[in-house]
Design a protein around this ligand. Structure first.
Ligand code: TXA
Ligand code: MG
Length: 346
């Protein structure tokens, strides 16, 4: 299969015709790589069983791991799920945006989309191209991250091309993803709200609307990486580059000492530009301009892919706190490291 690649350039007529073409592909049961504000998605009609199966095949993903259904307006959730009133309080604050809500599913959503579960994950993305594509296709879009299963999620169209060229019909290039980590996934139950996957909508932000929120244990517990999960996606080793990720829990100075003592020729350390000076004789992979949750989150997946391109055998990364804006990054890093952390006493 030839994969069409289209760079959305701001030329209204040309961009419009690319989106119309992408929508036709979706309506005919095909697959389109689309930009979102979190990571790139691999989109197909969420109402079409065969199309959902094509997604699993292109990703090489186990078909018990359910897909997120993307809508253009928060109210469209009613068409695919049984929506509790509290959803609208969340929608008002966080939608469109990086929040996915799991609710009981309606029968129009095929089992192949939800991996046989009786619930469906719904998200209204903020990215204008994703929204335009959902509207033009006229159906909700099932879209997992557009990486081969197990690889880091794609944050540029080039990442999608590397993983999916020849396997899907079209890729829309909307520039690098702004957030860089996948959406926050929550489940609403009679007992309240539980975070199954942390993202840019944080525990505190959710609690400011809902009062209290709990976090699934596997989100923060390195020993549970690989255990039987609440969310099927949690059980797979994720985001893992070929290079071994060495996660070190230490103060900044203890981290640089540890790295300088252990690093060898074909290994690299991941730090922000503003902390590079402490690693003078090391190969450095940049986590962004500043040591901040936003920069480090946005750059993580590109950095893991770059480490492989450059052939590094190991990457040293300082473990961030498992709190606040850093929780999502912490969660992805413990998965990338297969749950292994090196603790340096402070
Ligand atoms: O930011 C995102 O959410 C991106 C963009 C493309 O929107 N999508 C994404 O999809 O990350 P994916 O398929 O890579 O991750 C979906 C996660 C998986 O961990 C899956 O197990 C979980 O959501 N999930 C989906 N439906 C579920 C359900 N009904 N119950 C529990 N977990 C569910
Ligand atoms: Mg994924």
């Amino acid at each position: 299969m030839k994969t069409d690649f289209y760079k959305v350039s701001g030329n209204k007529a040309a961009d419009h015709s690319a989106i119309v073409r992408a929508a036709e592909i979706i309506q005919n049961g095909g697959l389109v790589g689309m930009p979102t504000e979190t990571v790139y998605g691999l989109a197909a009609s969420a109402l079409n069983t065969d199309a959902a199966e094509k997604i699993y095949a292109a990703k090489g993903r186990p078909s018990d791991n359910p897909l997120i259904v993307h809508i253009a307006d928060p109210r469209e959730a009613e068409a695919v799920a049984f929506v509790p009133p509290v959803y609208y309080r969340l929608a008002e604050r966080f939608m469109p945006g990086p929040l996915t809500v799991i609710m009981p599913k309606r029968s129009c959503i095929p089992d192949s989309v939800t991996g046989g579960l009786d619930s469906v994950a719904v998200r209204c993305p903020a990215h204008p191209i994703a929204r335009a594509l959902i509207c033009a296709a006229g159906v909700p879009l099932a879209a997992p991250s557009a990486n081969r299963s197990g690889a880091p999620s794609p944050t540029t169209a080039e990442h999608v091309r590397r993983d999916m060229d020849g396997l899907i019909d079209m890729i829309l290039d909307g520039g690098p993803s702004e957030i860089g980590l996948e959406s926050t996934v929550i489940k609403l139950t009679d007992d309240g709200c539980v975070i199954l996957r942390p993202g840019a909508v944080t525990e505190m932000m959710l609690a400011s609307v809902l009062g209290s929120v709990s976090i699934a244990k596997a989100v923060t517990n390195p020993e549970m990486v690989g255990d039987k999960p609440l969310s099927p996606g949690m059980k797979y080793k994720h985001y893992a580059p070929n290079a071994e990720v060495i996660l070190v829990d230490a103060s900044p100075s203890a981290f640089s000492e540890y790295v300088k003592e252990h690093i060898s020729e074909n290994e690299a350390v991941a730090v922000a530009d503003d902390a590079k000076a402490s690693f003078a004789h090391c190969h450095v992979l940049s986590t962004g301009k500043s040591t901040s949750a936003k920069d480090e989150s946005r750059e993580l997946f590109a950095l893991l892919r770059k480490a492989d391109d450059l052939g590094y055998r190991r990457i040293y990364i300082k473990l961030p706190p498992a709190t606040g804006e850093y929780l999502a990054l912490y969660n992805r890093l413990i998965r990338a490291a297969g749950g292994k952390i090196i603790y340096i006493s402070r």
